[in-house]
Design a protein around this ligand. Structure first.
Ligand code: NCD
Length: 455
């Protein structure tokens, strides 16, 4: 659906300047609610939660009420027609004709983007499977900024289920936009997905750096650490001293951690039959007794299970309840911005995707992620990919961001298919991309090994 509406589906849908402006608006809203109490009067929000939620749903609904707006909601997956087999596309069309803005949480990766494509009103992603949770990231970055005064150059350790946790998946990009250093401390076999590390490297210049275990030994043996820092200091204007281990204040030598971001095991995303992780980082008072944690703040998107001991609640470094409370002003700010009720004093952020070369797949190529909305709703959504490179031919799913390598390209008119390096020789409107030659042949394309001669 072509329109000028703004959605918030991934953290990169906002520019750095817009994020800063949203923080400053949220700060004003946090200080005094009354000037904003009728900012969104006569506006209606649909809050659609097809997965459990406490904080995200209730803080969005509170935010809309605080802005003088009204809310209609679906809070259980089996109470809407999606449970009867209705498509996301049809649900989106209908609800978009009732309300002014939609917040959606759904178990499929890319579901919020799919929804946004079929509705004329702004859509906010309240968590799409294991993909992203951008408003949690706004709340996290806002908290970091409030507590530490800045984000650039801070050392942030992300602990726990980095494979499945959508909060950390959007947070890494948010941290990279601000130029923080990232330390990944996953539970056993719960590392960051490879496509995410590739994107951090290619688009943000974050290189993995081997970390000396003795530098950070707060985790149990058997856990792998990954330390990433920006390799393009000029582009990110990263302070030089951080590379040699000085704090942003430039005083003490730091092998310290500024933020511990703790997450729970996302067991609802495990393939059935998967064992629970053999080791998992647990943060308690004993962990925090090490000198390097003297000024660390401990964050958690909540809910916690047993990875963060309740004894940390009374420690001034544990700020996760404050972090959760900030969800309301942050969501007030983003809702009023997307509704156009509040303009931000910055230039509109560029739509990241507008300049990218997108391939829409009507035949052949499908997303490799079986939990992607484009895979689940094939009859409504043609898979779409961003072309990342031509040799090898690499593509990224527009919905869930999984990467795929294609090994064959074809010409729809001649029904012939060729090795992938011939991609530029086939007219765009005739181009078909296949996973493999086998797939092309199954679709009645004749394989030709010679270079393409047709324009
Ligand atoms: C998170 C989520 O739903 O992804 N919760 C939240 O929105 N604050 C984290 C989690 O469930 O572990």
């Amino acid at each position: 659906m072509e329109s000028n509406k703004r959605d918030l589906l991934a953290i990169e849908d906002l520019s750095l300047q817009e994020i800063e402006a949203i923080f400053s608006l949220a700060n004003q809203m946090e200080e005094s609610l009354s000037p904003y109490s009728s900012l969104c009067s006569n506006r209606i929000m649909a809050s659609l939660f097809f997965e459990p939620s406490t904080r995200t749903r209730l803080s969005f609904e509170t935010a809309m009420h605080r802005l003088g707006g009204r809310v209609i909601s679906v809070s259980e997956a089996d109470t809407s027609s999606l449970a009867k087999g209705e498509s996301l596309a049809d649900t989106a069309r209908v609800i978009g004709s009732y309300v002014d803005i939609i917040v959606i949480r759904h178990p499929w990766e890319g579901s919020a983007r799919a929804f946004a494509e079929y509705t004329p009103v702004p859509v906010i992603n309240g968590g799409d499977g294991g993909h992203q949770h951008p408003t949690q990231t706004l709340c996290d970055l806002y908290t970091i900024k409030k507590e530490k005064g800045h984000i650039k150059g801070l050392r942030v350790a992300l602990c726990g289920d980095l494979r499945n946790g959508r909060t950390v998946h959007s947070l890494v990009y948010g941290l990279a936009m601000f130029g923080a250093e990232i330390i990944c401390a996953p539970g056993a076999d719960l590392d960051m997905p490879p496509h995410l590390l590739t994107k951090l490297k290619t688009e943000y210049g974050y290189e993995p750096v081997q970390l000396n275990r003795s530098d950070i030994k707060f985790l149990k043996e058997g856990l792998d650490l990954l330390y990433m820092s920006p390799s393009k200091p000029v582009q990110l204007s990263f302070p030089e001293e951080s590379f040699v281990g000085f704090s942003a204040k430039g005083k003490e030598l730091v092998r310290n951690i500024d933020i511990l971001y703790v997450t729970r095991v996302q067991k609802e995303r495990f393939v059935p039959g998967t064992e629970k992780p053999s080791s998992y980082p647990v943060i308690d008072k004993k962990t925090l007794a090490e000198a390097k944690f003297k000024e660390t703040i401990v964050m958690h998107p909540l809910p916690r299970v047993d990875e963060l001991a309740p004894e940390v609640d009374t420690d001034p470094r544990g700020i996760y309840f404050k972090q959760a409370a900030r969800g309301v002003p942050i969501r007030m700010a983003i809702t009023s911005f997307l509704l156009g009720a509040k303009k931000l004093p910055v230039e509109e952020g560029p739509d990241q995707r507008k300049n990218k070369e997108i391939y829409k797949s009507r035949h052949g190529l499908a997303c490799a992620n079986k939990n992607c909305a484009s895979f689940k709703e094939r009859q409504f959504l043609a898979p779409k990919f961003e072309i990342l490179s031509q040799e090898p031919l690499k593509l990224r799913c527009v919905y869930c961001e999984y990467e795929i390598e294609a090994r064959c390209v074809g010409n729809l008119r001649s029904k012939r298919c060729y090795p992938p390096e011939n991609i530029t020789k086939i007219k765009k409107e005739h181009l078909v991309i296949f996973e493999s030659i086998k797939q092309a042949e199954e679709l009645s394309f004749k394989s030709v090994n010679a270079p393409v001669s047709l324009p």
